[in-house]
Design a protein around this ligand. Structure first.
Ligand code: ITT
Length: 202
């Protein structure tokens, strides 16, 4: 199969992730489909204790339901002062059905009394691609930063308004999509995944 023949399904319902992943994968010559096209894929329970386990669960479930190569992303924010929380629970930190704003507001409340030098955090992303013949590749990316006291910026999604990149002096929500891709956990994981792609499905 040549690179341009490959169809992949993005195993995510998070539109922020779709926006960051789809155009890069398309630029790589892949035909990218969203989960909307596959109503037979129901809710996938993320029962894993790690980003790796959850990414594998999602990729395998979508691959099995569609018969196509599936790419899943499990990601989250690990905060030093909270011993790595919210971590794999980042999407539901403020409870089931929580919005992005509910989640980052809860995080700012939890860190209210934590001084600047102890507000270190990193975004983590693990990406898994699963093929119908059982082959898999995976990649991990991390992005070091700090949790702000106030939200800043309008871009991105999730915790981006409260995640400060010390090298750029801006929050993730103040970066263009290209700037974020060049530095982010997801950008790094995706680049590593694509390096392994030619021997996998290309
Ligand atoms: P899917 O499982 O359908 O992919 P999800 O949003 O539930 O969507 P996760 O379980 O991987 O995905 O949770 C990831 C959460 O971590 C996400 O909802 C954000 O709150 C946060 N997150 C991950 N990457 C982020 C980023 O680049 N910027 C800001 N927040 C991010």
């Amino acid at each position: 199969m040549s690179r341009s023949d490959a169809t992949v399904v993005l195993a995510t319902r998070n539109q922020g992730k779709v926006a960051e992943l789809a155009h890069v994968l398309e630029g790589f010559g892949l035909d990218v489909r969203g989960l909307d096209a596959y109503p037979q894929v129901g809710e996938i329970a993320e029962t894993g204790a790690t980003f790796e386990e959850n990414a594998r669960i999602k990729a395998r479930a979508v691959c099995a339901a569609t018969g196509l190569v599936a790419v899943a992303d499990d990601s989250g924010l690990a905060v030093d002062a909270l011993d790595g929380a919210p971590g794999v629970y980042s999407a539901r930190y403020a409870g089931p059905g929580a919005s992005d704003e509910d989640n980052w507001r809860k995080l700012l409340r939890e860190l209210e009394s934590v001084p600047p030098e102890q507000r270190g955090a990193r975004f983590v992303c693990v990406m898994v691609a699963a093929a119908p013949d059982g082959r898999e590749i995976s990649a991990r990316g991390e992005w070091e930063g700090r949790v702000t006291r106030e939200p800043r910026g309008e871009g991105g999604f999730g915790y981006d308004p409260v995640f400060h990149d010390p090298d750029l002096g801006r929050t993730a929500a103040q970066l263009s999509r290209e700037e974020k891709h060049a530095r982010s956990h997801r950008g790094k994981a995706l680049q590593e995944l694509l390096r392994a792609w030619p021997g996998f499905a290309g």
